[in-house]
Design a protein around this ligand. Sequence first.
Ligand code: FPP
Length: 245
Amino acid sequence: MPVIRITPQTLPAHVAIIMDGNGRWAEARGQQRAAGHRAGLEATRLAVRFFAEQGVDALTLFAFSSENWGRPQEEVEALFELFVSAIEAELPELVEGGIVLRFIGDRASFPSDLQSRMREAEQASAANDGMCLVVALGYGGRWDVMQAARRWVADGAAESEDPEGTFEDYLSTAGLPDVDLLIRTGGEHRISNFLLWQAAYAELLFIDTFWPDVTAEELKQGLAWYASRQRRFGRVMPREGGGHA
Ligand code: FPP
């Protein structure tokens, strides 16, 4: 097999990750699910550092879905506490590292301390110009399309010359490139209402590893796999040569 090199041309601009398998990781060790989420946070740190070093423009992480509200209250509360403490602990290093933090999702029902931390993090990192780290909290792809559609119609943007282009300005990811590479850990092969519009042409990489066990080597292999894909965006392109067109 030819060696596929990861170059600026073959590096995805936007990587999105469904960080799945925390609960099963914990259960396999006879631990509470919350312990799996804490271990998952370590993997999250590793992934943020890895993709920032590689030079991707945006990394979007699915940390809490619209559907996750249906989990036992104890687990939901443990997750919120983890998010608050993680933002507090990580913010200085993220800001120092030039990262821009952005949260997407319906945050209206979150505890007020979490909402405050999210706002502070966005404000503190807004002037940075490094990788955009997007944390999806209370996020659902259908929610995103619906909230965009309501405002798009209310603003009369549907009448514009480029309705599809203007619609994207109303999505929560406005200004970010489309997702190039979507990774899901934990062995399931689903999109689970993640970035439905934004991942329309994403390369999908499903790996069996539970999120807390993910390594930089595995992420690197993911980038190499992506670099070997030939993206056609629905068009016909020559097959020989490998890499991206
Ligand atoms: C899915 O695993 C994981 C979550 C719902 C939570 C993800 C949160 C983290 C990794 C912490 C990251 C924190 C920040 C601030 C980004 P699951 O519980 O569905 O696992 P299972 O499928 O094995 O049950």
